[in-house]
Design a protein around this ligand. Sequence first.
Ligand code: SAM
Length: 213
Amino acid sequence: MLEQETNPTISKSTGLPRKRFYRARAHSNPLNIGCGFGGLLISLSTLFPEVLMIGMELRDKVTEYVKERILALRVSNPGQYQNISVVRTNSMKYIPNYFEKGQLTKMFFLFPDPHFKEKNHRRRVISPHLLDEYAYVLGVGGIIYTITDVEELGDWMRSCLENHPMFEALTKEELEADPVVKLLSSATEEGQKVARNGGQTFQAVFRRIVPTS
Ligand code: SAM
């Protein structure tokens, strides 16, 4: 099952994974971009056992580690952790090759690389251009969760989301009612490191909406 999800067949013409390989079993799909060592996926797996979730990770060895981690959890917890998987890919290039319009319910961007220099801002995983793509693959009502310990990046992500016509911020009450929000700062390895060092975090959580005009 993991193989089927992580190794989509490759198109001979484009050299890219064929579209919709992940759709076959999918009803409701959260996606974790830059999932790192997989902490969030693993926490979400038992919180939402009926929901299929996938992580995208650029680094080969880290992806292999997450695969092995999931397989080991499946062995030691029979029947569990069948709903999560990971794929090694560059999410900034290939998201449209994996998902179709409105397929995703949640997208997570937890402690993404900050790319401090202005000339490198185009490498940030949240940008006005990429938000157009995320708005396409997220269903209406779907949610983007972001968190960082870099204030400037937090301001950047919030401002990109605020200025995009297809996203609106969740209210304080909605944030408090969402069990996933509590995991943002605690479930990932990077979040745990920040917490150990007593670092501040900056989160922005926005919903995909239909623009009014
Ligand atoms: N989200 C994890 C956490 O909170 O522990 C990892 C955070 S780490 C600072 C950022 C991760 O994003 C790295 O593992 C990096 O390899 C991955 N990454 C960076 N650019 C990416 C891209 N374009 N596509 C997929 N993963 C990417």
